[in-house]
Design a protein around this ligand. Structure first.
Ligand SMILES: Nc1ncnc2c1ncn2[C@@H]1O[C@H](COP(=O)(O)OP(=O)(O)OP(=O)(O)O)[C@@H](O)[C@H]1O
Ligand SMILES: [Mg+2]
Length: 369
């Protein structure tokens, strides 16, 4: 078992703390003192049960931040309390949500809903279900994700984009576990564990009036924050090794080495798209590599636009309208950190129009103008 899974398991089974080797005497002393103090105060005995699981989709990294995340996962996995996961895009929010479910011992399934991908009405019936005839097109009763996730985990991704009306319904589920299907009168109960994730600053959204403060406090019982990759570059060697092993398995590539200058390029980069961007860059390099080594020219990082692009405003670039559209939309999306609502406002287009443009050019968070 990896060190991090050991930390998760240890905390889940009731360990007081987890210390990595080599052990510092002072750290050990304080930890033991704290443990003794707490033991005298509590009297709780850890219950050891359940067998260990195999490592799938494991969390790697050796930074103190990642160890803390793993310890929290272990400490809260088997509880019912909701969890709020924050962090920039690509920092691992979903993998953490899955780890919580995986270590929870819950019998039910893990279900994810992306709150920003669906229009309000569709999202509502996805989450809560609907009765037959409740709206045009509702030809049959449909169970929502809160019902389907029953004894499992419901992962509400991009929670910051959830419309206010649905936030009120979600608050009620969090308070007493009850809700009604759209168009229904019967009150239903959900036992699903709720994990929410967002890359937005919820407190700023509260000030702006687009996120409910009471919902924030309900969800914020357990908060896991994933720092950006640029603040924990010590995780990079392990991440690169882990991601390359996965890429080799999925892409049938056989990468064994990275040339030192290539590694330096990776290390010096800022990683605005975090681990997802690292994975994309490595996948491209692995697929294009001839042989078993990633060389520096295979590492194509999104650099800041060359200065001469901006220096001569009088110069006309002879490119197609499509190129200009693609670059402009990409740069606006990048600027607003993929908040589609804001991007629509700036661009002066509707949400469906923006979605069509994103699809047309195959844009994602790692696209750069
Ligand atoms: N600590 C980690 N160890 C191993 N893999 C990781 C780690 N963090 C992230 N990854 C991998 O990086 C990719 C992005 O992670 P994930 O989808 O969980 O991020 P996210 O925060 O949900 O991103 P987004 O905001 O883009 O949805 C996934 O392939 C995931 O497996
Ligand atoms: Mg995600």
């Amino acid at each position: 078992m990896s060190d991090n899974n050991l930390a998760i398991e240890a905390m889940r089974r009731g360990a007081f703390d987890f210390i990595r080797k080599p052990i510092e005497k002072v750290e050990l002393d304080t930890t033991l003192e704290n443990a003794l103090r707490q033991y005298r105060l509590s009297r709780q005995v850890a219950i050891v049960s359940e067998e260990l699981h195999a490592d799938i989709d494991q969390i790697v990294g050796k930074s103190p931040a990642i160890l803390d995340v793993c310890k929290t996962i272990g400490a809260v996995a088997s509880r019912q309390a909701p969890v709020l996961i924050t962090g920039e895009s690509g920092t691992g929010k979903e993998i953490v949500a899955k780890a919580i479910h995986y270590h929870s011992g819950r019998p039910g399934i893990f279900l994810a809903v992306n709150c920003s991908a669906l229009a309000e009405g569709v999202l509502e019936s996805e989450l809560f279900g609907h009765e037959k005839g409740s709206f045009t097109g509702a030809t049959a009763r449909k169970e929502g994700r809160f019902e389907l996730a029953a004894d499992g985990t419901l992962f509400l991704d991009e929670l910051g984009e959830m419309p206010l009306a649905l936030q009120a319904k979600l608050l009620r589920v969090l308070q007493d576990g009850t809700f009604e299907r759209v168009g229904g009168t019967q009150t239903l109960h959900s036992g699903a564990r709720i994990i929410a994730a967002t890359n937005r600053d919820l407190e700023a959204l509260i000030r702006e009036g687009s996120f409910r403060e009471d919902l924030f406090y309900r969800l914020n019982v357990v908060h896991i924050h994933l720092p950006p990759l640029r603040e924990r570059k010590e995780d990079m060697p392990l991440l690169i090794e882990h991601l390359l092993a996965r890429i080799n398995a999925r892409q049938h590539t056989r990468i064994r080495h990275i040339a030192e200058p290539a590694l330096r390029k990776l290390r010096d980069y800022d990683w605005p798209g975090n681990i997802r961007e690292l994975e994309n860059i490595l996948t491209r390099a692995a697929v294009l590599a001839r042989g078993d080594t990633i060389t520096p020219e295979l590492i194509l990082l999104a650099e800041a636009p060359p200065a001469d692009k901006e220096e001569d405003p009088g110069q006309v670039r002879l490119v197609s309208l499509e190129t200009v559209e693609r670059e402009h939309v990409t740069s606006v999306l990048h600027h607003v950190r993929w908040h589609r609502g804001k991007a629509c406002e700036i661009l002066g287009i509707s949400r469906p129009a923006l979605d069509r443009t994103i699809k047309k050019y195959g844009l994602d968070r790692t696209s750069r103008p």
